[in-house]
Design a protein around this ligand. Structure first.
Ligand SMILES: *[C@@H]1O[C@H](CO)[C@@H](O)[C@H](O)[C@H]1NC(C)=O
Ligand SMILES: *[C@@H]1O[C@H](CO)[C@@H](O)[C@H](O)[C@H]1NC(C)=O
Ligand SMILES: *[C@@H]1O[C@H](CO)[C@@H](O)[C@H](O)[C@H]1NC(C)=O
Length: 517
C-alpha cells in the first residue's frame, strides 16, 4: 500500500513541481545550495532553485491532490473501523481518569484511558483534565475537545458517559489508584480489576502514558481511532486554528512551523547550560529547586547525550543548512522563550519572516484562548499539523505526538534534531566552512526528516510511530529505502544512522511528571 502511495507520489510530482518552482527565488548568500542533493532526497529529482527545498514538499502535494480519496489510499480508517461486536461492557463498572501534564501529555492519557476501559470492559467517564500542572489551565475536557463527537465516535468500542452517576442518591466518590507507567493488559487485570469488581468505580490518577507500548494490533488500532479520529478540538479552537493557518498561507505558499521548546522550566529540569554565565546558572538553578529529587547537573554530559533542546540559533542554522532560504516564513509555536528577545534574535536574523499566534492574530481574536495554556497549545498543534514542514528543537511530547500524526495522515515531513550528533558539530562550528557544516548537518539528519519508512515497525514510542495503523510495504525496496542504503554506505563513519536511538521516553516523561507535581 505504501508502495502504491509512493508510485503515485512519483507520478504526481512531475505535475506538482511547476507550482514549486514558480515560488523560486535567488538562493540566499549564506546558503550554498538551496535544495537537497541526492542521496538526501526521497527521490532523485532534478535540482530546482527554490528557497523551500522541493523534496520536502512533494508528499504534501500528493496529499492535497489525493485528499478526496485519501482514506482509500492509506487504507487506515477502513482497517480501523470497529466491528460492532467489539464493544463489551459489564454493568456497574466505571473507570475514571485524572490526566497529568501539558496538553499533549494529557492527550496520551486520554487515549490510553479509552483502551484501559476497553480492556476492563468498563464504562469510561469523560477524563478529568489536569488543572494543577505547571501549565495551570482551568479548562475542562469539553472546553478543549468536542465531547459529543468523542462519545459517539467511540460508541462501538467503549461506552463513555459525561459524569459518574450518583449512587444511592448520593454523590459517588470513586476509589483512586495509580497504575505504573506502561502497564500491560495483565497488569490492568491484576491491579485494577479486583478493585473495580469490589467498588464498581475506580479513578486512575496522574494518568498519562499508562499503557504498554506493545499491545495487540486490535488495541493499537483503538489507540489510533481515539488519537486521530475521536479526539477533535472544539469548534472555536478549530476555527481559530484554521484562521491562523490561512493567515500563514496568505504570507507564503509554503511555510515551516517550528516548535521551540525553550522555556525556562524545560532548560532547568534538563540541567543544560547555554553559556549565559552566572546569571543563567542562578536563574535556572532557582527553578531546579522545584524538583527535590534532581541530581547535581552535568550540563556537558546531558548535552552530549542529545538531551538538551537546541537553542533558537542552532535550529535556525540547521534549517539554513538543510536548504531553507532566508525568505522562508516560519511560524514559531512556543511559550515564553528563555532569554526572550535576546535568544530569539539570531533566529530572527536567519529567518526575518518570523511569526507566532501573537503576531498573526489580534489580542481580541486570541482573548478566549490566551489565559488557557491548553487552548493556546491546541492552536499551535493545529498550525504545526497543517504546515508543509514541521520542525522541533526537542523530542518532547508535542514533537512526538505530531510526528506520529503527520506520519499517519500521509507522511508529511517532520524534522527532528539528531541532537547527539549535532552537539559535536556545534562545538566545532567555528572551525569549518559553511559548506562543510551544512553538508554534515544533512548527513546527520538522515533518518530524522520524517520520511516514509524512516522508523522501523516497533521502534520508538507508539504515538510517534503508529505502525500497527499504517500499511507496510513488504518485499519491495522503496525508493527512499534505496536512497537510505546508499546514504548509509556513503557515510559509514557516522554509524548508528540506521538506528536512531534518540528517544529516552522515560526521561522525557519524567520531566513532565515532575513539572506537574
Ligand atoms: C471482558 O469481556 C470479554 C467478552 O465478554 C471477556 O472475554 C473478558 O474476559 C472480559 N474482561 C474483563 C476484564 O472483564
Ligand atoms: C470480577 O468480576 C467478574 C464478573 O463478576 C468475574 O468474572 C471476575 O473473575 C472478577 N475478577 C476479579 C479479579 O475479581
Ligand atoms: C580546527 O581544525 C584544525 C584542523 O583540522 C585543528 O588542527 C584544530 O585543532 C581545530 N581547532 C579547534 C578549535 O577545534
Amino acid at each position: 500500500m505504501a508502495q502504491t502511495a509512493f508510485t503515485l507520489a512519483l507520478s504526481l510530482f512531475s505535475g506538482g513541481s511547476a507550482a514549486v518552482s514558480s515560488h523560486s527565488s535567488p538562493p540566499s548568500p549564506v546558503v550554498s545550495s538551496s535544495y537537497f542533493s541526492p542521496p538526501f532526497t526521497f527521490l532523485r529529482l532534478p535540482p530546482t532553485i527554490s528557497s523551500f527545498p522541493v523534496t520536502l514538499l512533494f508528499v504534501v502535494n500528493v496529499r492535497e491532490a489525493l485528499e478526496y480519496n485519501f482514506e482509500a489510499m492509506f487504507q487506515v480508517p477502513v482497517q480501523l473501523r470497529a466491528k460492532p461486536a467489539n464493544r463489551k461492557k459489564l454493568p456497574d463498572r466505571y473507570l475514571l481518569i485524572a490526566t497529568s501534564g501539558g496538553l499533549n501529555q494529557q492527550r496520551t492519557g486520554i487515549i490510553d484511558a479509552v483502551v484501559a476501559a476497553y480492556i476492563l470492559n468498563a464504562t469510561l467517564v469523560i477524563p478529568r483534565l489536569d488543572q494543577q500542572s505547571y501549565w495551570k489551565d482551568t479548562s475542562c475536557f469539553a472546553e478543549i475537545f468536542d465531547v459529543n463527537w468523542f462519545i459517539s465516535y467511540l460508541s462501538r468500542d467503549v461506552e463513555i458517559i459525561k459524569e459518574l452517576p450518583p449512587k444511592g442518591g448520593k454523590a459517588w466518590i470513586p476509589r483512586t489508584i495509580r497504575v505504573p507507567r506502561k502497564c500491560d493488559p495483565t497488569c490492568y487485570e491484576t491491579r485494577v480489576l479486583p478493585v473495580l469488581n469490589r467498588t464498581q468505580a475506580v479513578e486512575l490518577t496522574k494518568f498519562d502514558y499508562r499503557l504498554s507500548n506493545r499491545l495487540d494490533t486490535e488495541l493499537q488500532k483503538l489507540r489510533c481511532r481515539v488519537n486521530y479520529h475521536a479526539l477533535r478540538f472544539t469548534d472555536p479552537i478549530l476555527k481559530m486554528g484554521k484562521l491562523l493557518v490561512e493567515r500563514m498561507k496568505m504570507k507564503a505558499k509554503y511555510f515551516i512551523a517550528l516548535h521551540l521548546r525553550f522555556e525556562p522550566d524545560m532548560l532547568a529540569f534538563s540541567g543544560c547550560y547555554y553559556g549565559g554565565g552566572d546569571k543563567e546558572r542562578a536563574e535556572l538553578g532557582a527553578i531546579r529547586k522545584r524538583w527535590k529529587t534532581l541530581h547535581a547537573s552535568n550540563p556537558e554530559k546531558v548535552r552530549r547525550n542529545g538531551k538538551c533542546p537546541l537553542t533558537p540559533e542552532e535550529v535556525g542554522l540547521i534549517l539554513r543548512a538543510l536548504g531553507f532560504g532566508s525568505d522562508v516564513h516560519i511560524y514559531v509555536a512556543s511559550g515564553d522563550v528563555y532569554g526572550g528577545e535576546e535568544s530569539l534574535a539570531p533566529l530572527k536574523g536567519l529567518f526575518p519572516n518570523f511569526h507566532s499566534k501573537q503576531t498573526i492574530a489580534t489580542k481580541e481574536e486570541l482573548a478566549q484562548f490566551s489565559s488557557f495554556s491548553g487552548r493556546m497549545a491546541a492552536l499551535d498543534y493545529i498550525v504545526c499539523d497543517e504546515t508543509d514542514v514541521f520542525v522541533a528543537n526537542n523530542n518532547g511530547n508535542m514533537a512526538r505526538m505530531l510526528a506520529g500524526r503527520r506520519r499517519y495522515f500521509g507522511h508529511k515531513p517532520t524534522i527532528r534534531p539528531n541532537a547527539r550528533k549535532l552537539y559535536k558539530l556545534f562545538l566545532d562550528r567555528n572551525n569549518m566552512t559553511w559548506e562543510e557544516f551544512s553538508s554534515r548537518v544533512r548527513t546527520y539528519q538522515i533518518g530524522f526528516m520524517g520520511e516514509p519508512n524512516e522508523m522501523k515497525p516497533g521502534k520508538g514510542e507508539f504515538h510517534e510511530n503508529p505502525d500497527s495503523c499504517l500499511c507496510q510495504a513488504r518485499g519491495i525496496e522503496t525508493i527512499e529505502e534505496k536512497n537510505r542504503k546508499d546514504a548509509v554506505e556513503m557515510s559509514d563513519e557516522y554509524q548508528s544512522i540506521e538506528d536512531p536511538d534518540w528517544i529516552d521516553v522515560d526521561y522525557l516523561y519524567k520531566i513532565e511528571e515532575f513539572m506537574s507535581d
